[in-house]
Design a protein around this ligand. Structure first.
Ligand SMILES: O=C(O)CCC(=O)C(=O)O
Ligand SMILES: [Fe+2]
Length: 308
């Protein structure tokens, strides 16, 4: 099944073998797919979107009370246009992204090099609970997806389980305020993780992905109560480029209304080594083994040294 722009729609109510077959096809051709009949309830999806609205409508001072004590922690509030994903990709001369964010991770902290304390607003009685419920529900979904990936790639399911025991997956609420002139809202990038599970509001023609076969940018218009999955750099490395990390960006049309999305970045234990799956070695591994922490550090270096 495909949407009207040719993006695969994976129905998680099909048998594990059918899901793995459809996922393999989508991951090889475009590195992304819609997910329907997944296990995260429509009520919970609506609830997190509502709480997200409540947070971004707070006065600036209340949002700033959620700034993390260490600015590099990537938790709590990030002010409008304070981050630049292009720089993270090594492109240093592009403007900051016109988006406000709120980030959090596991409800119960783990011992991991990427673990950081969560920061919660005190004014919203239901915000934290809704976000923690969302975290747990999407974490469960991520395990199901890892099982399908294992089946599709001929890898033992234990392989992923053992590498995600302490991973502090990062959830980011992206709030794009209304705008007058047409402009980019989130610059082109790939995600530095195995994969991302994205919840979007219904704004059309916002998220764009670049199709590898044609290099054409196409719109990802969300499915009702659906989620969208895009592969990141780690799955591309694991599979020796057999599966692709989808380049994506968010566009804003003239007079666009505010837009919301929630990205659940599925991470690995900091110490987990990323190396080519034996089933993907073919004529030789293209990437040297590297720990997940080492990989993230390499990308962080680009913020300082850039490549252009
Ligand atoms: O807002 C979106 O639809 C995408 C956001 C994104 O790509 C990200 O947070 O990495
Ligand atoms: Fe992204």
């Amino acid at each position: 099944m495909k949407d009207s722009n040719g993006i695969a729609i994976i129905d998680l109510s099909l048998s594990p073998a059918e899901v793995a077959r459809d996922i393999a096809q989508a991951c090889e051709s475009s590195g992304c797919f819609h997910l329907i009949n997944h296990t995260v309830s429509p009520t919970l999806l609506a609830d997190v979107m509502k709480e997200m609205d409540n947070f971004f409508k707070l006065p600036l001072a209340a949002k700033e009370a959620c700034l993390p004590s260490n600015p590099t922690d990537d938790r709590g509030y990030s002010a409008f246009a304070s981050q630049n994903v292009a720089a993270f990709m090594g492109r240093r001369h592009e403007p900051n992204d016109p988006v406000e964010k709120f980030a959090f991770s596991n409800p119960s902290p783990t011992l991991d090099v990427h673990a950081r304390p969560n920061v919660w607003p005190t004014q919203l009685p239901n915000f934290r609970c809704a976000m923690e419920n969302y975290y747990s529900a999407v974490k469960e979904l991520s395990k199901k997806l890892f099982d399908s990936f294992a089946l599709a790639l001929n890898v033992d399911t234990e392989y992923f389980l053992s590498r995600t025991t302490t991973s502090p997956d990062s959830v980011k609420l992206n709030y794009y305020p209304a705008m007058h002139e047409a402009a980019g809202r989130f610059a082109e990038h790939t995600d530095s993780v195995p994969f991302t599970i994205l919840l979007m509001d219904s704004s059309p023609n916002s998220l764009k992905i670049r199709m590898p076969a044609t290099q054409e940018w196409i719109s990802v218009n969300p499915q009702p109560n659906g989620l969208f999955v895009n592969l990141g750099d780690v799955l591309q490395r694991w599979t020796n480029d057999k599966w692709v990390a989808t380049p994506h960006r968010v566009d804003g049309q003239a007079n666009a209304v505010a837009r919301k999305s929630i990205a659940f970045f599925v991470m690995l234990n900091g110490s987990a080594v990323i190396e080519c799956f034996p089933s993907c070695v073919g004529n030789g591994a293209k990437y040297k083994p590297i720990s997940f922490h080492g990989f993230v550090q390499e990308k962080m270096k680009r913020l300082t040294f850039g490549s252009d």
